[in-house]
Design a protein around this ligand. Structure first.
Ligand SMILES: Nc1ncnc2c1ncn2[C@@H]1O[C@H](COP(=O)(O)OP(=O)(O)O)[C@@H](O)[C@H]1O
Ligand SMILES: [Mg+2]
Length: 268
């Protein structure tokens, strides 16, 4: 389960990106998170993967209380997560195969296992024939499927996708979400951020709407349609209170970027 309890995130420059967010996501759910630019969607995901820490409130992900986790435990925590970004973040100097294999190598997986697993996840994404290609030889949709394969490589329980369809054409967008749905049917919890309402409407799943850092709706796609119409008035009511800032120790305050680092290291 993923649980946000009274979570507020205020950045150092004074921007309140999220305000009093209370959300529970059960294991095995598929959740869309929508909202306009600046609504706090990426912040919501970054808090969930412990790339940022909350200013107030408690975040628990799969039994791990992220407020309390020690810095050296963060890489282990992140093995639960498969992360997909709008800009793919593939390593340009590595083949498709090695991009996926790399995610397994950094956590010390044996080559024997990698040789079986990588072709399997590539075949799930319809990419077997591209294993030896370089990322710049692929279309946007294909690159995004490689990043999905990479997210899958380590059997992540939770897939977090931040606007994964932002750089692919509409047809491929549909396929990307369809693939995410299949991963969800196979047991993964999926949280997908998007601002494409059309896409959300086509898939009948839970939709959380954020506006100016507040949850203004949490329900099905029909609910989202109704609320979208009222989104501005609802947002005006979510006044910009100054929020209490809780002190974290020096260990906790330093955000660790979530990147695949070609120099090795453990996803630091
Ligand atoms: N690192 C940061 N420092 C300061 N402000 C930030 C930072 N990241 C995001 N913000 C601000 O927080 C708000 C929410 O941003 P974000 O979560 O990226 O929204 P979204 O993903 O919905 O577009 C915006 O006003 C944005 O400018
Ligand atoms: Mg964003």
């Amino acid at each position: 389960m993923i649980e946000f309890k009274d979570v507020t995130k205020k950045y150092d420059n004074g921007t309140t990106a999220l305000k009093d967010v209370n959300i529970s996501i059960e294991d095995g759910e598929f959740v869309f998170v929508v909202g306009s630019s600046g609504a706090g969607k990426s912040t919501f995901l970054k808090l969930m993967m412990r790339e940022e820490v909350p200013s107030k409130g408690t975040i628990t992900v799969d039994g791990v209380v992220l407020n309390k986790i020690r810095k050296r435990k963060i890489p282990y925590f992140r093995r639960k997560l498969g992360v997909v970004f709008q800009d793919f973040r593939l390593i340009p100097t590595m083949t498709v195969f090695d991009n996926v294999a790399f995610a397994m190598r950094v956590i010390g997986t044996k080559e024997k296992v990698i040789r079986k697993r990588v072709p399997y996840v590539l075949s799930l994404m319809g990419l077997s024939h591209k294993a030896r290609s370089m990322p710049n030889e692929l279309s946007g949709g294909e690159q995004q499927r490689v990043s999905l394969a990479r997210a899958l490589a380590n059997n992540a329980k939770i897939i977090i996708a931040d606007e994964p369809t932002g750089n692919v054409d509409p047809q491929m967008s549909f396929e990307i979400v369809d693939l995410l749905m299949k991963l969800n049917e196979n047991g993964a919890t999926v949280i997908m951020v998007t601002h494409e309402h059309e896409l959300v409407r086509q898939f009948d799943r839970r939709v959380i709407i954020l506006d100016k850092g507040s949850v203004v709706s949490d329900g099905g796609p029909l609910v989202s349609d109704i609320v979208t119409a009222n989104i501005n008035s609802a947002a005006e009511e979510s006044a910009e209170d100054i929020t209490e800032v809780i002190d974290f120790g020096p260990d906790e305050i330093e955000a660790i970027p979530f990147e695949f680092d070609a120099n090795g290291g453990d996803l630091q």
